[in-house]
Design a protein. Structure first.
Length: 278
């Protein structure tokens, strides 16, 4: 899966979580492209395609205001609001939207995208809805941070983009292995994963002879870390591995403790250095 496709999946999943948490019937969003323009690429619950591929410029409309101010913005009646400019009234009217909220996706103090939630009636959107939308944006932010770190590691004297494909394959194989009933076949698949982890991208004491004996991770901890290294949020990792998001959090906390890591990104780096991940 390309980085762009992975980013789209993260936005799409965040919109679904936003709708479930808030009860809002419509959600949409996208990431910034060149300059200060954002393209709405993902739609959830819409009745038309009026908003698809709409390009929003910083400072214009509700989303553009959110990009410019780098903070959530809300209007109770979009077309009548005096708090925003009205360049996008036509597609908003075609979709029949009235009350709309927009929250920024912010990575390292830079807005990288916007998530919207909307009603087709004019009524106030409460703080609970805004909080849920902000949390959905945080999920996308965490995924983008991890992906940025992976790209930096790949470009910093490492094996480059080709090695990123190896890492993606490793994560996919780790997620597949628990579903294989045949123990012999499953062991062969995990052996292949170990070979990938010990390839030229692995650094540190486990790089040539398997994982470092000083750090012992459980198989499911490695599975979760492989998903995290591929940029997956807890919810996406849970879907891939067939477990709950709370279970993913538990394995991740345990792995971070063993690796003496304070963040998800640090855990991935430490696992690579110890030879557990490619």
């Amino acid at each position: 899966m390309t980085a762009e496709a992975s980013d789209a999946v993260e936005v799409r999943n965040a919109l679904l979580r936003l709708r479930r948490a808030t009860g809002l019937p419509v959600a949409f969003g996208g990431l910034l492209e060149a300059g200060r323009q954002m393209r709405i690429s993902e739609l959830s619950g819409t009745a038309t395609h009026a908003l698809r591929s709409l390009v929003v410029t910083s400072g214009t409309g509700l989303g553009g205001k959110t990009v410019a101010l780098s903070r959530p913005c809300v209007v109770t009646d979009y077309s009548a609001s005096r708090q925003i400019s009205h360049e996008y009234d036509a597609p908003v009217a075609v979709e029949g939207l009235r009350s709309v909220l927009a929250v920024p996706v912010v990575v390292r103090h830079r807005v990288r995208g916007v998530l919207y939630g909307a009603l087709r009636t004019a009524q106030p959107l409460g703080g609970r809805m805004l909080d849920a939308a902000v949390e959905a944006a945080r999920d996308v932010e965490r995924a983008l941070v991890l992906r940025d770190e992976a790209r930096t590691l790949a470009g910093g004297g490492g094996p480059g983009a080709g090695w990123e494909q190896v890492r993606e394959a490793h994560a996919a194989l780790r997620a597949l292995a628990p579903r294989i009933a045949d123990p012999g076949l499953r062991a062969e698949l995990l052996g292949a994963c170990a070979l990938l982890a010990a390839g030229p991208g692995a650094a540190g004491p486990g790089a040539s002879g398997g994982p470092s004996p000083r750090v012992r991770l459980a198989p499911r901890e490695v599975d979760v870390l492989a998903c995290v290294a591929d940029g997956a949020t807890n919810a996406v990792a849970a879907q891939r591995l067939g477990v709950t998001a709370e279970t993913v959090k538990g394995y991740l906390r345990s792995a971070m403790r063993k690796l003496r890591a304070r963040t998800r990104g640090e855990a991935v780096v430490a696992a690579r250095r110890a030879g557990w991940l490619p």
